[in-house]
Design a protein around this ligand. Structure first.
Ligand SMILES: Nc1ncnc2c1ncn2[C@@H]1O[C@H](COP(=O)(O)OP(=O)(O)OP(=O)(O)O)[C@@H](O)[C@H]1O
Length: 584
């Protein structure tokens, strides 16, 4: 229960509703007790009538009175049971809502490293499946727990007061039922976890197949994919059958044990009645009803135990993530406006997971408003520089200064708000083009969106779609070409009008002519704004104030186009190679 203590703050939050639920449950169960007692009284009345102790009309009157009370109590008990669910189960839904929000908020707060260490499926599972297990504890388990305790507390003393020996014999099979249900629930849980795992493997597999359907068709992989799928499906079916087998034991066992308890009541009660140890056969009927009322709560003890164990395990998994702290910590809480000067001082950076040193003792300065192109072979560390400026990672050694202040002494939100980043793999949400562009500035007007799209040279493409800017993208809509995606992503950054632009190889999928147009527009749009353009093409570097050439994480060359073109080296070679490619 140590892990589940995390939920206590929520129980405290909703304590008044839970207290009301507790009272309602007690009332509902007490009302339920009216029926067995009055059934016994009715039989006593019939026995007395048979013995001639009561007149027919008086007996009929009493029976009618008892029937009406039983019906009234049953209706009231039903109504209170409804209220019980409305209070306690509703509280568990509130707790589920709060817990999901808490986890989601925490996820957003964590650094990129956390997402690299953990698989998306795992993140999703903890916020959905695990929270669901925990909800079973905070709702149904709590409700049935209170229910069971109340029923036990009321029925068992009544039984012992009415007929102690009969009560003792009748209750013997019930703990056995409880233990059996506990073991069966445990096996059911183990097997259903395996079935769940198969289902999730199957859905991940099919999801990947659907996403990569073009590759599968192009390589005619359908037969082998079908084979893999049917192997997975057959294994999943076998596991489901295993689960169905134990599930099938659950109710027959319950019925068997209730039957045994009933036989005890009738046999021992019957003997006691014959011996005169109990006054009326009505007691036997009363006890049969008690046994039936107790069976479900007794069975539930086993079920509750396994629910609590499962919830504990799920909450442990949730707590593991909730206890994660972000690697990148914001220690400055007031806003720190950014102008745009960037300085790298002997920066070395090694990725924790791969232990690849992406940047090795790099130093350079970019003045406010300057445009800098970063060139270099693939894997030379260009994107890493941009990630470090956005403080997605902290440097391993050395220092990054923004506006002459160490980056760690600046508010992390202020830094990110001052940045308009266009990543290498443009990511667009399954929403309209307009919403995707407005991601950069939520309150932007339509005119501003159009202006940004024009500067990114994608406006003509957008208005070519029948729904224009309202065209929905992604799974629910159309698929943009690689170049169109990149340009929508550029429009998003331009709309933001940030102090620092970070363009990460974002023109790789557009033709050289469009690239030229975009670069000209960028020049205007990014005037007086610090701009870093990572590229493989010299065309992106020609107009830059400065060019940085990287090789294996080291700074190989630094200078402007003219400087670098006048010395032998990577830049000049690249320039002439690309020039001759263009001419050819
Ligand atoms: N998230 C990451 N985790 C671990 N290693 C990484 C990560 N990103 C990059 N690397 C490694 O760091 C090195 C530098 O990568 P980086 O992406 O900065 O290069 P790049 O110059 O931008 O390459 P490209 O031109 O292909 O985009 C590479 O060896 C890469 O494998």
């Amino acid at each position: 229960m140590k892990e589940l203590a995390h939920l206590n703050k929520y129980f405290k939050k909703y304590w008044s509703k839970l207290l009301v639920g507790l009272f309602i449950t007690i009332i509902a169960r007490v009302l339920q007790l009216v029926m067995p007692r009055l059934v016994k009284e009715s039989i006593v009345v019939i026995e007395n009538f048979m013995d001639g102790q009561v007149e027919e009309s008086a007996a009929k009157g009493l029976l009618l009175e008892y029937i009406l009370i039983i019906v009234g109590a049953a209706l009231l008990s039903g109504f209170f049971t409804f209220l019980m669910r409305q209070t306690i189960i509703n509280v568990s839904r509130y707790i589920e809502y709060d817990l999901k929000n808490e986890i989601f908020d925490h996820y957003q707060f964590l650094s990129l490293n956390f997402y690299k260490k953990n698989r998306t499926g795992d993140l999703m599972n903890r916020i959905s499946e695990d929270v669901n297990q925990v909800r079973m504890y905070s709702g149904p388990a709590l409700m049935y727990g209170i229910n069971t305790i109340t029923l036990f507390a009321c029925i068992i003393p009544i039984m012992f007061m009415t007929a102690p020996k009969l009560a003792a014999y009748t209750l013997i099979p019930l703990p056995i039922l409880s233990v059996l249900i506990y073991y069966i629930s445990k096996i059911i849980h183990e097997r259903s976890t395996i079935v769940q795992q198969y289902l999730s493997t199957l859905s991940t597999f099919t999801q990947e197949v659907f996403s990569g359907v073009s590759v599968i068709k192009a390589y005619a992989l359908e037969p082998s994919i079908n084979n893999d799928l049917s192997t997975l499906a057959v294994e999943g079916k076998d596991k489901s059958m295993d689960l169905a087998k134990v599930n099938a034991w659950f109710f027959p066992l319950m019925v068997l044990l209730i039957g045994i308890s009933n036989i005890f009541v009738i046999y021992i009660g019957g003997k006691q009645y014959i011996n005169g140890e109990i006054a009326s056969s009505g007691v036997i009927a009363e006890f049969v009803l008690y046994v039936n009322m107790l069976t479900w709560p007794v069975a539930i003890i086993g079920w509750l135990t396994s629910i609590v164990q499962r919830a504990e395990a799920s909450q442990k998994r949730i707590n593991e993530f909730l206890n994660e702290t972000p690697d990148i910590k914001n220690t400055v809480f007031e806003e720190t406006p950014i102008k745009g000067k960037i300085e790298f001082k002997n920066v070395t950076f090694t990725y924790e997971d791969t232990e690849i040193t992406a940047l090795d003792n790099i130093s350079f300065t970019i003045n406010e408003g300057e445009t800098v192109a970063i060139l270099g072979k693939t894997g030379s560390g260009k994107s890493t520089i941009l990630d470090l400026i956005a403080r997605l990672y902290d440097v391993t050694s050395g220092e990054i200064l923004i506006d002459d202040t160490p980056i760690k002494e600046l508010n992390i939100n202020s830094i990110r708000q001052a940045i308009g980043a266009v990543p290498q793999d443009a990511f667009l949400f399954s929403d309209s083009i307009k919403t995707n562009i407005k991601f950069g500035k939520e309150n932007a007007t339509d005119e501003e969106v159009i202006e940004a799209a024009k500067n990114a040279v994608v406006h003509e493409n957008i208005i070519g779609f029948s729904k224009g800017y309202d065209t929905v993208l992604g799974e629910r809509g159309i698929t943009l070409s690689g170049g169109q995606k990149q340009r929508v992503s550029i429009a998003r950054a331009l709309l933001k009008k940030p102090e620092i632009y970070l363009f990460d190889d974002c023109l790789s999928a557009v033709d050289t002519e469009t690239e030229e147009d975009i670069l000209n527009n960028l020049k205007k749009a990014s005037k007086n704004r610090t701009t870093l353009i990572v590229s493989h093409r010299v065309s992106s570097a020609k107009n830059a104030d400065k060019v940085l050439v990287l090789s294996n994480g080291k700074l190989l060359q630094e200078g402007n186009h003219t400087d670098l073109n006048s010395v032998e080296g990577y830049y000049k070679d690249l320039y002439y190679t690309q020039l001759s490619e263009k001419e050819n």
